[in-house]
Design a protein around this ligand. Structure first.
Ligand SMILES: O=C[C@H](O)[C@H](O)COP(=O)(O)O
Ligand SMILES: C=C(OP(=O)(O)O)C(=O)O
Length: 447
């Protein structure tokens, strides 16, 4: 094991680490870690610093964060079409939100590293057969066989290569002309024309059109529309992987987890004395922490103490995922006490994870109306406290899947089986994601 890392990026090893796979072959795991430690970084420390600055603007109320992508990326979905569709959807959402909010929208994908899943149960039983639960492609296979479900550390290397290929294409799309704002707006116009609830969005789309024509008429350099800043993020769950990809920045001597620009710690692994928070406290990347409905204000304040002792805007993002029925009761105390402490965190709403239920067909799903209601509650709470609703964090795909019910192009419970493709939690499809963007844009504007 890399001795330099042992001093900083590996201090988590002496603490309890929740949700780690039971790798059957420890020697094979050690070999994989050693190999990963020799791989080049996927992102540069300077890019992480730039994202931290952008998130600082979110924390100060000067920008909005759009973070979204798959629940669980899959190795067999690392294809040009899927990556392009996802990116296209996020760019379309970003364009609408930028216009409505009149502030920069920081665009961060749950992409190029979101291969590991925390689970409620360690095992799954089907027809009397019990096997380890699926923990994401970085750990085991989705197929319900003993071979597939046995954790295999070689998969950590595949995760690195899949992340690398994905990021490479994302960089090409976002800097090579595909993300041109005029093109993105034309896609949005198509959506407004074809969506059953598109009429509601027509006025906003027309205004954006006029704004673009105005900028054109003023002679704005068309090159300025051509590229877009886009960052990667994932849950820092499998600590053997994340710490093997932690490097010392030659400019500053600080440690960075170079597996993605931003990493977050999930609701199931944010124990204050646990390994994940210890790991996150040692790296300089911008850090997100998920906060569910049982989070106390004291927990939030201790997290700030551990992760953002310098109170640096942009360092820490709280991603609340309370559930539509709970957010209005639970969020105010957290925001009030954190604000009173003087900390400037970014507050982001994840309206997905508190709103999951099982349909009679057995599919895990979410209602679009609940998702929307949680975002509404989030905006209401921040409005009443005079604080900034900093953004949204959404599980989505650019494909026309049928995993969440509702939306303008309505999906019914009976439709769920048609194209239910997620390996874990249900995602908004392309049209539901764009519906959400237009509706959140209206809320942001009213704010
Ligand atoms: O995406 C989040 C979690 O991994 C997921 O909600 C856990 O799902 P489970 O309750 O089916 O394990
Ligand atoms: C597992 C996730 O969320 P949470 O930690 O909020 O349950 C997730 O975002 O994939």
């Amino acid at each position: 094991m890399n001795a330099e890392l042992h001093a900083g990026g590996n201090t988590w090893r002496s603490l309890p680490a929740a949700q780690q796979p039971e790798w059957p072959d420890q020697e094979a795991l050690r070999d994989v870690i050693a190999e990963l430690e020799s791989y080049p970084p996927l992102v540069f420390a300077g890019e992480c610093d730039q994202l931290r600055q952008r998130l600082g603007a979110v924390a100060r109320g000067e920008a909005f964060l759009l973070q979204g992508g798959d629940c669980a990326e899959a190795f067999d979905a690392v294809g040009a079409d899927q990556i392009r569709n996802k990116l296209k959807t996020l760019l379309q959402m970003g364009a609408v939100l930028t216009y409505a909010g009149q502030v920069p929208v920081v665009k961060v994908g749950r992409i190029a590293g979101q291969y590991s899943k925390p689970r409620s149960k360690p095992t799954e039983t089907r027809d009397g057969v019990t096997l380890p639960t699926y923990r994401g492609d970085s750990v085991n296979g989705f197929a319900f066989t003993p071979e597939a479900r046995t954790p295999d550390p070689q998969r950590l290397k595949r995760m690195y290569h899949a992340s690398s290929a994905t990021l490479n294409l994302v960089r090409a799309f976002t800097t090579g002309g595909y993300a041109d704002l005029r093109q993105v707006h034309a896609w949005n116009q198509d959506f407004v024309k074809s969506s059953p609830s598109g009429q509601r969005y027509e006025a906003l789309a027309r205004e954006i059109d006029r704004a673009l024509n105005f900028m054109n008429a003023c002679g704005t350099d068309p090159e300025e529309f051509k590229t877009v800043e886009f960052y990667s993020s994932h849950e820092a769950l499998i600590l053997d992987y994340e710490s093997a990809l932690t490097r010392t920045d030659s400019r500053t001597g600080n440690l960075y987890d170079v597996s993605g620009h931003m990493v977050w710690i999930g609701e199931r692994t944010r124990q204050l004395d646990g390994a994940h928070i210890e790991f996150a406290s040692k790296i300089r990347n911008p850090i997100g922490v998920k906060l569910g409905p049982t989070t106390s204000a004291e927990d939030a304040l201790t997290l700030i103490e551990r992760l953002d002792p310098e109170r640096e805007p942009g360092r820490l993002t709280f991603i609340t995922r309370m559930g539509a029925g709970k957010i209005r009761d639970h969020l105010p105390e957290l925001v009030e006490k954190v604000t009173a402490s003087g900390a400037q965190v970014a507050w982001i709403c994840d309206p997905m994870h508190g709103n999951t239920f099982e349909a009679a067909s057995g599919h895990k799903t979410r209602r679009f109306d609940d998702v929307l209601d949680e975002v509404k509650g989030f905006f209401e709470v921040h409005k009443s406290l005079g604080t900034h609703p900093g953004g949204i964090h959404v599980e989505l795909t650019g494909d026309d899947v049928t995993e969440c019910v509702g939306g303008g192009d309505e999906i019914f419970v009976d439709d769920l089986h048609q194209r239910y493709e997620t390996a874990c939690d249900p995602r908004l499809n392309r049209s539901q994601s764009l519906d959400l963007a237009f509706l959140v844009a209206e809320m942001y504007r009213d704010q």
